[in-house]
Design a binder for this molecule. Structure first.
Ligand code: B12
Ligand code: SF4
Length: 589
């Protein structure tokens, strides 16, 4: 029996862990399985054609919020082109309201609800038996599915028991592993979450199950040895089990070999001793933490049953930040119950205070199966009918508010999260705007007014646009802001940039005589610079000179000569050196 297991990933770089598990579990009895990964951008017809040419007897699709709408036309084409093929759906998007899905999709033979390995195997066994005996598959005997019954219509069987995780063979097979090196490899050490946030699907399943720790470590070692660049743990809350988490951290600290590991952690339950251990031992740039904050409004958190200790969360985030070794990505959700525009502004500012490396601003999605969806009427929610079921408004947040917050998201992504202007934005938020949120909101509004949301942007454009916005609103201290923008712009390059977006503050001859001066007296720029022993030619080739109106470490006012040095062959951001212009002038004189 030829089986195709297929899915549409959100992007090419993502990979499907679910399909790899399903194949691993079924393979012993059903060796002829093709695992086919596409993306949501692939034309439906070419996906259908690719599956069709494999001549499958059974096709299983893995369905999520990001791919369901694109998957439906594909399975409908397959049904039309091959009336005999068996079509199975599984995945979180179809595990809730499954009867509705099957009624909506008569082309589908059955839907597997939740955990799929054992259930898929049982369904396949029935289909195999049908092929061999000619008797109809006895789907009523398979727990955990919804299927079409010839007379009784759509039927649902009893829920399937949860599996012991170690019964499932490794999802990573030796032939497949090398193809994953440059993609994001998802990795699971546990299933389930003990928390009950009502907007999240993971709150529905009770209990947390773990893979045996030795197996987990051995699997991680395999990924590291294959040279996989990025591994993302999909565990709902990686640090629930303190000892398990510490063992994994410790193992990775000792064995990472350059592979980057991302974890979703709950910051307020990460114990101070673990934070300290990580701060001391984590290799820089190897771990990355995703921390869901969602809201700092207590009423909102109560309603969505999210218990969160803000003080402990803050201590963890700052402790990790101060170590400078682990990037943190904090998540917010706009549109939660009773969080109006002003409350969301406060949430945003509270979280921004922690200066996370990335702050992701998402909008509430009313996922099928979740508590918030069941309570939609109570809080006056309007939301999209189809995936991703994003909210449009509720009783305290109008559609206009939602649209305004979207503008914040847009510039937040382009500037803060892309690290285009860290120094400038930090300065603006603390000195020239009432709060970080107000900076992003005002800039986002201006951005949209100008129609810039409809065009593409080079790096230079981002700086020119920021300058245009700040000038138009007559921002104070623009000379200082522009100095910071220069530092930020120059930092974006690994080699001396060819183009700059501002008018040079030094003409060619002034620049040349300064370079000569610096090469004669490099100690002017400090001992670190002098130790580089750059000659005049090196400085011409690898350094860029500019005047900024402040001292770069203290930000004290006063014209300074800035030298940005791009060390050849290092592929790193420049090193900055500076000296008060008056000091250089004196020497020059
Ligand atoms: C990886 C991931 C992503 C990746 C996508 C990767 C990809 N392949 O393209 C990225 C980062 C892009 C992503 C984004 C989002 N995600 Co996400 N994501 C996950 C995550 C962390 C892991 C999924 C996974 O691999 N799990 C491990 C596998 C083994 O479990 P599984 O997927 O449930 O599969 C089992 C069963 O479902 C079943 N099964 C699955 N497929 C099939 C197929 C067949 C044929 C059968 C029989 C069975 C079956 O068997 C599997 C094994 O037991 C899950 C949370 C989680 N830990 O599961 C959320 C999750 C899937 N995401 C979710 C959400 C809401 C989102 C976002 C909307 C969040 C947002 N930003 O607002 C976005 C959507 C992006 C978009 N473009 O619209 C929800 C899903 C809701 C839904 N109905 O699909 C989840 C469940 C999180 C949650 N707890 O609510 N996400
Ligand atoms: S949001 Fe996080 S902590 Fe809350 S139920 Fe979902 S996975 Fe668990």
């Amino acid at each position: 029996m030829k089986i195709v297991l297929a899915t549409l990933n959100a992007k090419y770089i993502h990979t499907s862990l679910a399909l790899r598990y399903l194949r691993a579990y079924a393979r012993e009895d059903f060796p002829d399985i093709d695992l086919c990964e596409y993306t949501i951008k692939d034309p439906g017809l070419s996906v259908a054609a690719d599956i069709h040419k494999r001549k499958p007897d059974v096709v299983g699709f893995s369905c999520y919020i990001w791919n369901i709408e694109e998957t439906i036309p594909i399975l409908q084409m397959l049904r039309k082109t091959n009336p005999n093929v068996k079509i199975i759906l599984g995945g979180p998007e179809v595990s809730y309201d499954s009867r509705m899905w099957l009624e909506r999709l008569p082309e589908v033979d059955c839907i597997v609800i939740n955990e799929g390995e054992k259930t898929l195997h049982r369904v396949l066994t029935e289909f195999q038996r049908e092929r061999e005996t000619g008797e109809p598959a006895r789907l009523e005997l398979v727990p955990g599915i919804v299927y079409h019954h010839a007379e009784k219509g759509v039927q649902q069987t009893f829920p399937a028991d949860k599996m012991k995780l170690d019964e499932i063979p490794s999802p990573f097979d030796d032939d497949d592993l090398p193809t994953l090196v440059n993609r994001v490899v998802y990795f699971e050490s546990s299933r389930g979450c003990p928390f009950s946030c009502s907007y999240c699907l993971s709150s529905i399943e009770t209990g947390v199950r773990y893979f045996d720790i030795d197996r987990t470590l051995a699997e991680l070692k395999r990924l590291i040895d294959t040279g996989v660049k990025t591994v993302k743990f999909v565990d709902r809350t990686f640090n629930i089990h303190r000892r398990y988490a510490l063992t994994v951290f410790d193992f990775l600290i000792k064995n990472h070999n350059g592979t980057v590991f991302q974890f979703e952690i709950t910051a307020d339950i990460l114990k101070p001793d673990v934070v300290q251990y990580l701060a001391e031992h984590a290799p820089p740039g190897i771990f990355r933490f995703e921390i869901g904050v969602q809201s700092t409004n207590d009423v909102t958190n109560d309603i969505v049953q999210r218990r969160q200790n803000w003080e402990k969360l803050t201590n963890t985030v700052l402790g990790i930040k101060n170590s400078g070794k682990i990037d943190q990505h904090l998540d917010l959700i706009a549109g939660l119950p009773e969080e109006d525009y002003h409350s969301f502004r406060k949430t945003f500012n509270d979280v921004f205070e922690l200066r996370p490396e990335e702050l992701q601003l998402g909008f509430l999605k009313m996922l099928r199966g979740t508590g918030v969806r069941a309570q939609a009427e109570q809080y006056g929610y309007q939301y999209m009918d189809n995936a991703p079921y994003e909210i449009l408004s509720n009783n305290v947040l109008s559609f206009d508010d939602v649209i305004r917050i979207k503008r914040v998201e847009d510039v937040l992504e382009k500037y803060w999260n892309a690290h285009r202007g860290d120094r400038t934005v930090t300065y603006l938020m603390t000195h020239e705007f009432d709060s970080p949120f107000d900076f992003f909101q005002e800039f986002g509004d201006y951005w949209e007014e100008r129609g810039w949301n409809r065009i593409g942007h080079q790096l230079e454009d981002l700086f020119k646009r920021l300058q245009q916005f700040l000038t138009a609103r007559e921002t104070r201290n623009m000379d200082l802001v522009q100095g910071l923008m220069k530092l930020d712009y120059l930092k974006a390059f690994k080699n001396k940039p060819r183009a700059i977006w501002w008018e040079r503050s030094l003409d060619k001859s002034a620049s040349s005589s300064l370079i000569q001066q610096i090469s004669d007296s490099p100690e002017l720029l400090g001992a670190e610079f002098a130790a580089l022993k750059l000659n005049e030619q090196d400085i011409h080739k690898h350094c860029l000179l500019e005047v900024v109106p402040f001292a770069i470490d203290s930000m004290e006012r006063g014209a300074h000569l800035l030298l940005a040095y791009y060390e050849p062959g290092q592929g790193q951001e420049p090193k900055y050196f500076a000296v008060a212009l008056s000091a250089v002038d004196r020497v020059l004189a």
